[in-house]
Design a protein. Structure first.
Lengths: 498, 99
């Protein structure tokens, strides 16, 4: 089989037309994954299990075929190691969960499995999804396939690397403050964080429960639409799951806009550019790539309008109060009793807890637990946590103001292209500041997407961020798809891996 | 507002983390660096604003669901305990708590 970098939609077509079997596709991806272990994408790769699932998918196809439309049956994928899996270890990138075996599958994993997708294993990530460079993985960092001396972004860094290097067709990621969008931007792939509540959080190891959301990361908007249709939907096991009928995101992506023409598929679409997303400090290369993508959207019929998100900068402290507060509460379950690390030697119960947690958690996780415990502690709750939640309402209201004037919001995903490994870890606060453009949509619970927009300094990819109103994933996918029909940034691959 | 070494010790205890002296000192510096970016947030007038605890409540009524009170799960003790650090005859072991 010639040509790697086979995306989800392409794999589905090859399988449908019997041009390749799932066993053939899976074997090829496994071979590439094994040949590229230096990239650090996988924490756990199980070739035998993947091939046996591929075999089963091939049998299922010859016995029963698939329904109408593209099917994920037999498509090779992998999961961010934040989703618990019955048949593979789950670590959340932490020593705390080394050797942990879940008794059940996360809902997202179970749904992709029942759609017939074949998982190769578990993908590297920042510990408990806390980080934006994948350097907080307790195991090893992941490397950007475009330049292995650079980070792939995070926290879904391993997921981004796996797709960008052609080690899987597509994969799952999670996004709390940008963890799907930023690594997608840094590695030149496509990723979507749906509206909060669209994908079930059941079995997704919790970081910040009011922000965490799963989504697909893949080569194209079409790939993401196919995966999201299988992943999304109401789940009674998640108390915050949105109660809505099932959505065919692929159909929404393809649906023609009213007034659209072949040359101008985006005619009538109003794209809002928040002036706060284009500050003087924005790197010139990122600005250039984003503006050329915006010019392309205009050529496709969209109208650009200026809007404002005045509390963009405030999103940083608001997020870094709320997320650690929720993390400190969620991570209190790691006490070394029912699962997780326990110290070799300890005195009483309290000493056992404290040693297990000090040894099991890495530095960034401990820092966030400390911040969270402090802002929730007696006497500080109102000043920090409550104030942050009020500001969160104001940030969500700002978006609604914008959406009275536009259909989607566009801007950069990150202020710069991917930086070099070991460059950002001196001062943790500096890293937080780089999350500025992804945090607002996370706080509001809105869907956001990263779409490849070109290349900047050092030939590194730049992503265009698209933000939609609640449950407007279809509009984002349609816009991204139109852009990808007219450009080929998403089809570019790193030369060294071709 | 700056945190003191005593604050760090108190929070570490609340968070059930055993930090030695150098770790506490480093943590103190990092936390104070962090809270310097938080100050701008405290200055905003938020009187009369309702907190947004869960994002969908910005656009729709969010209520806690109740499910039917029926058996939906089965307990497989062995499977559930396979990742526990210390078990004995189906029980989780911890240091003696009651004298």
């Amino acid at each position: 089989m010639s040509g790697s970098f086979i995306g989800v939609a392409q794999a589905a077509r090859l399988l449908e037309q019997r041009q390749a079997s799932s066993v053939e596709l899976t074997a090829e991806f496994v071979r590439r994954a094994q040949a590229n272990t230096k990239l650090g994408a996988f924490l756990h790769l199980d070739a035998d299990l993947a091939l046996s699932h591929a075999q089963a998918a091939d049998s299922r196809r010859s016995a029963a075929g698939t329904g109408p439309g593209p099917s994920l049956l037999g498509v090779p994928i992998a999961h961010k190691d934040i989703f618990v899996t019955e048949d593979a270890p789950t670590t959340a990138g932490s020593k705390m969960l080394q050797g942990y075996r879940s008794p059940f599958d996360a809902t997202v994993v179970a749904r992709l499995k029942s759609a017939g997708a074949v998982s190769l294993g578990k993908l590297n990530c920042d510990e408990f999804a806390m980080g934006s460079a994948n350097e907080n993985s307790a195991y090893f960092p992941a490397h950007n396939p475009w330049d292995v001396s650079r980070v792939p972004g995070g926290s879904s860094g391993g997921s981004a690397v796996a797709v960008a290097a052609g080690l899987v067709s597509g994969c799952t990621g999670t996004d709390t403050g940008g963890s799907i969008r930023q690594p997608a931007s840094f590695t030149g792939i496509t990723g979507i964080k749906p509206t909060y509540g669209v994908c079930s959080r059941y079995g997704m190891i919790a970081f910040a429960s009011s922000l965490d959301q799963a989504g697909p990361m893949a080569r194209s908007a079409e790939d993401c639409a196919l995966m999201l249709s299988a992943m999304a939907g109401f789940d009674e096991r998640d108390s915050t799951s949105a109660q809505r009928p099932a959505v065919d995101y692929h159909a929404q992506m393809l649906a023609l806009r009213e007034g659209a023409t072949a040359a101008q598929p985006l005619r009538g679409l109003r794209v809002g550019l928040p002036r706060e997303f284009f500050p003087a400090a924005l790197a010139a290369d990122v600005n250039r790539a984003v503006h050329s993508a915006l010019a392309e959207l205009e050529r496709l019929g969209a109208a650009l309008v200026e809007v404002s998100l005045p509390r963009t900068e405030l999103s940083i402290p608001v997020y870094y109060i709320i997320a650690p507060a929720e993390a400190s509460s969620n991570l209190s379950r790691f006490d070394g009793v029912k699962f997780g690390h326990r110290a070799k030697q300890y005195g009483d119960l309290l000493d056992m807890y404290k040693k297990a947690r000090a040894e099991g958690f890495g530095a960034e996780v401990q820092r966030r637990i400390m911040i969270g415990a402090y802002v929730l502690s007696h006497g500080y709750y109102d000043a920090y946590y409550l104030q942050a939640q009020k500001l969160r309402r104001m940030i969500a209201d700002d978006f609604q103001q914008c959406f009275s004037r536009c259909d989607v919001i566009a801007g950069p995903v990150a202020p710069t292209v991917a930086w070099c490994l070991d460059q950002g870890s001196e001062d943790p606060v500096q890293a937080y500041l780089a999350d500025i453009f992804t945090l607002p949509a996370s706080l509001a619970g809105l869907p956001g997407m990263s779409v490849p927009a070109g290349f900047g300094e050092g030939g590194m990819p730049v992503g265009l961020q698209l933000i939609g109103n609640y449950f407007a994933e279809g509009t984002l996918l349609h816009t991204a798809h139109a852009l990808q029909q007219a450009t080929d940034f998403h089809a570019q691959t790193p030369e060294s891996l071709q | 507002m700056l945190l003191t070494p005593e604050d760090v010790g108190r929070i570490a205890h609340l968070a059930r983390l055993k930090l030695d002296e150098p770790q506490q000192a480093a943590m103190l510096q990092q936390l104070n660096g962090f809270f310097s970016i938080v100050e701008q947030m405290r200055a905003v007038d938020t009187r009369g604003i309702e907190p947004l605890y869960t994002p969908l409540s910005a656009v729709q009524a969010v209520e806690l669901r109740l499910r039917e009170d029926t058996v939906s799960e089965t307990v497989d003790r062995e499977r559930n305990q396979r990742s526990a650090p210390a078990v004995y005859e189906g029980l989780f072991l911890v240091p003696k708590v009651i004298e």
